[in-house]
Design a protein around this ligand. Structure first.
Ligand code: KG4
Ligand code: ZN
Length: 346
């Protein structure tokens, strides 16, 4: 089964052709990052406009690179939630137009379920059940993937997402947006024990995360140094901060693995590209006899191949939508598209 996937939830316009949920025939990503950089973050209105301008060309390019025609497709899968509403609407309306004019089935895909599916593309042998750490710019969840379309959140962040925590600390250190990527690189040359940072914990919820305290600690270090006229060693602060965030992510994730008895673990979302997170989880899984699945670096960030992959499994589970499909800014990943009501604030 050939699925054309479309993704436009944030600042990447992407399209891809994937066979049977596992084989990428093409994957095209048009990033808008350079246009948002000068503002220090994604500007929603600009994002929507750029998606509208790029989407036709990106879809055409994905079809051309796959060596297939639109008539060869069996379905269209599109990210319908969560994300910037104006950005999502561009992809959803384009996919609806395609489905209407070709008669192809339309499959709504949850963006975070798509991130989980980046592991199916990287590891052909991976099948649920497994435990997945979903860490992106907007979300940090520990998820029990019971089946391809049956997911349960057992840990979540109470404030900032992991990617957001990296981006905000980077910004405070003067590293340009999106700082998480750059902070990770700079940290490689720093001393992770140079600065003492707190160990965040959420009382009564051992699997939940909280990163705002760590961010405040970094701001305090920067402000104190400024007041005293001292210089902050940025690589050391990057390394210390990265160590603290990764330790928190890994601690709770391994705790969850122990609690649930999970032997297969996976990571997904933009932060799954983090070098230290990958190294730490590889070490911890080796030590505890667990199998670890990491997405290929090319599939960690937003892309449409992961949407087409998850779309295949949503289709097999009967998850198609009609022309009344809407986009939603907030939908938890354990809610099916057919059950989303009203504004999707469930
Ligand atoms: O999944 P993603 O591409 O977009 C969302 O769905 O949010 O995640 C983007 C986030 C950004 O916050 C970015 O800074 C972070 O992932 N990120 C990283 C790294 N690469 C991307 N954070 C830490 N280390 C990295 N290597
Ligand atoms: Zn994402």
């Amino acid at each position: 089964m050939l699925i054309l996937g479309i993704e436009s939830s944030c600042d990447e316009t992407a399209a891809a052709v994937v066979q049977d949920g596992r084989t990428i025939l093409s994957s095209v990503i048009a990033s808008q990052i350079d246009k948002h950089k000068i503002y220090g973050g994604v500007v929603p209105e600009i994002a929507s406009r750029l998606h509208s301008e790029a989407i036709v060309g990106v879809v055409q390019e994905a079809l051309a690179q796959s060596g297939k025609a639109l008539g060869d497709m069996d379905a269209v899968a599109v990210t319908y939630a969560p994300g910037l509403i104006g950005a999502l609407l561009v992809g959803v309306n384009f996919a609806k137009g395609l489905a209407l004019s070709t008669g192809l089935p339309l499959i709504p895909v949850h963006h975070l379920r798509g991130h989980v599916a980046s592991n199916y593309l990287t590891s052909p042998g991976l099948e649920p059940p497994f435990l997945c750490l979903v860490v992106s710019g907007g979300h940090s969840h520990i998820v029990q993937v019971e089946d391809y379309t049956k997911l349960k959140i057992i840990g979540r962040t109470r404030d900032d997402a992991a990617g957001e925590a990296f981006d905000k600390a980077a910004r405070a250190m003067g590293i340009p947006y999106p700082g998480g990527v750059e902070l990770d690189k700079i940290a490689e040359g720093g001393d992770p024990d140079a600065y003492k940072l707190p160990r965040p914990r959420v009382d009564g919820a051992p699997l939940d995360y909280s990163f705002s305290g760590l961010k405040t600690a970094v701001l305090n270090i920067l402000n104190n140094a400024k007041q005293k006229g001292e210089e902050v060693r940025v690589p050391d602060l990057c390394a210390s901060y990265r160590k603290a965030v990764v330790r928190s992510l890994a601690d709770n994730f391994m705790k969850a693995a122990q609690q649930t008895g999970a032997k297969k673990l996976a990571v997904a979302g933009g932060v799954s590209a983090n070098r230290l997170l990958r190294r730490e989880l590889t070490r911890l899984c080796q030590e505890t006899g667990r199998e670890l699945f990491l997405p290929d670096l090319s599939l960690c960030g937003d892309n449409a191949a992961m949407i087409a992959s998850q779309g295949y499994y949503e289709y097999l589970a009967g998850g198609t939508a009609g022309m009344n499909l809407n986009a939603y800014a907030n939908v938890p990943l354990d809610v099916d598209a057919k059950d989303v009501k009203g504004e999707g604030r469930r």
